[in-house]
Design a protein around this ligand. Structure first.
Ligand code: E4P
Length: 214
């Protein structure tokens, strides 16, 4: 499984990139709004930092508007992926983007049949939202397993991005259940590297070194 970071903040993206594990970035209108910057300018900055897919979401709710917006977004850089909501209008837009070789990420996926439809419309990526399903008492990780099984059985090449990730167990389980990518909020990243036994081990090694026989 690859790692994307789910943020529009340049400092966070640079820091994640310095770890050598960053394969892409996802943004959404809420994350961009928090930054208070020009959307296209920020995307230029991000696409210059990251050697991988950078998802930029359309705001229109009608296919025509999504297509116009998506074409403009795709002009920003070759690594832009146009993020489209999982709606009827969204699927019409995905069809057009696919014909125009523009990469797409279908977002706000909450069922396996939505993922299958998005894939058949030509989506490059689908983004099932784990945390938001958990929030309403469903098991988000089960959705990853279902989508993964359907895609495997039918030889579908659309990549599954585990989204709305809240903690490291989501990441580990999503990997085990067949997600190709996890897009992770920056604040979750340090927890992925942490283990109390690692910290204790370092402390003991340093202590023993300090007290070595001279
Ligand atoms: C995915 O691409 C979305 O940006 C994201 O994961 C949303 O998750 P949230 O539930 O943390 O807002």
């Amino acid at each position: 499984m690859q790692f994307f970071v789910d943020t529009a903040n340049v400092d966070e993206i640079k820091e994640a990139n310095a770890l050598g594990i960053l394969a892409g970035v996802t943004t959404n209108p809420s994350l961009v709004a928090k930054e208070g910057v020009d959307f296209h300018e920020r995307l230029k900055e991000i696409t210059a930092i990251v050697d991988g897919s950078v998802s930029a979401e359309v705001i229109s709710t009608e296919a025509e508007g999504m297509i116009t917006e998506g074409r403009e977004l795709a002009k920003i850089a070759p690594n832009i992926t146009v993020k489209v909501p999982m709606t009827l209008e969204g699927m019409k837009a995905v069809k057009v983007f696919t014909e125009e070789n523009i990469q797409t990420n279908v977002t706000l996926v909450f069922s396996s049949v939505q993922a299958l439809i998005a894939a058949r419309a030509g989506a490059t990526y689908v983004s099932p939202f784990l945390g938001r399903l958990d929030d309403i008492g469903h098991n988000g990780l089960d959705l990853i397993s279902e989508i993964s099984e359907i895609f495997n059985v039918h030889g579908i090449e659309t990549k599954i991005i585990a989204a709305s990730v809240r903690h490291s167990t989501h990441v580990a389980e999503a990997a085990a259940r067949g997600a190709h990518i996890a897009t992770i909020p920056f604040k979750v990243v340090p927890g992925l590297l942490k283990h109390p036994l690692t910290d204790q081990g370092i402390e003991k090694f340093l202590n023993d070194w300090e007290n070595r026989k001279q």
